[in-house]
Design a protein around this ligand. Sequence first.
Ligand SMILES: [Zn+2]
Length: 270
Amino acid sequence: MIRRIDPGFQRRMLCLILMMLLQNLAGNLRMSSSYAIVLPDLIFEPQYQPYSKDVLLGHFEPSEHPDFERIRGYNAHPTMYLQRQAKLALDSLIAAAAAEGINLNVISATRNFATQQRIWENKIRAKSNGSFQALTKNRQLQIVQNILNYSAMPGTSRHHWGTDVDFCSVELAFWRGNTGSKVFRWLQDNAAEYGFALVYTQNRSGGYNYEPWHWSYLPLAERFLEDYRNTVSYEDLAGFNGAELAEELEIFPRYVQNVFDPMFAMLCTP
Ligand SMILES: [Zn+2]
């Protein structure tokens, strides 16, 4: 008896094989310096310098960092910063949206470790009545997992990198409403042209919940993620309540790396 193979499965397998071949090719090319001379910048940049661990973990002051620039005039949040290249792309994205009557208010951009720590500790305090360390480990795990639905541990947020922004509102109700749906449709149709993508999409398994407000400038953020993978270890996560649970909760694979993969989506979209 001949069984028909599900065409969806066939396509997924083909994508997987193609991805593996591409990754293999990229790995080989990186190892061979003679190829670097003839390869275009799009594929491989010979002078590429990894980002510092301090920036990857958010241990810096955006207002004093030479790569960061203040973003102005979008809304009532006066002191927000982004990496210069991301800021320029964001300016173009916002202008294009405005020309079509879409208001892209930025409500959050770069958040350093200290800012993320304040957010994190406020949530820990609220959920543990100020006595987190006195709780059982199981209760601590429950609380931390609950906070992780929408908030990153300090040292693990993409907002540290200066490549990611939150638009308009962090309430799902806004995005389900008329204005939010219109903004979201516009972003879906146009953001990629300016380098921005939704990273916490609906179809991932585990990790942060769906965040229609969070958009990432991928030309920089992809490099940050790669450097983060290669540089940061669980020992680097310290100085806040729940830090000692990071490894058990598999924060790196389940949260930091659990994002929409643009290359996979490009290859696998029918
Ligand atoms: Zn965000």
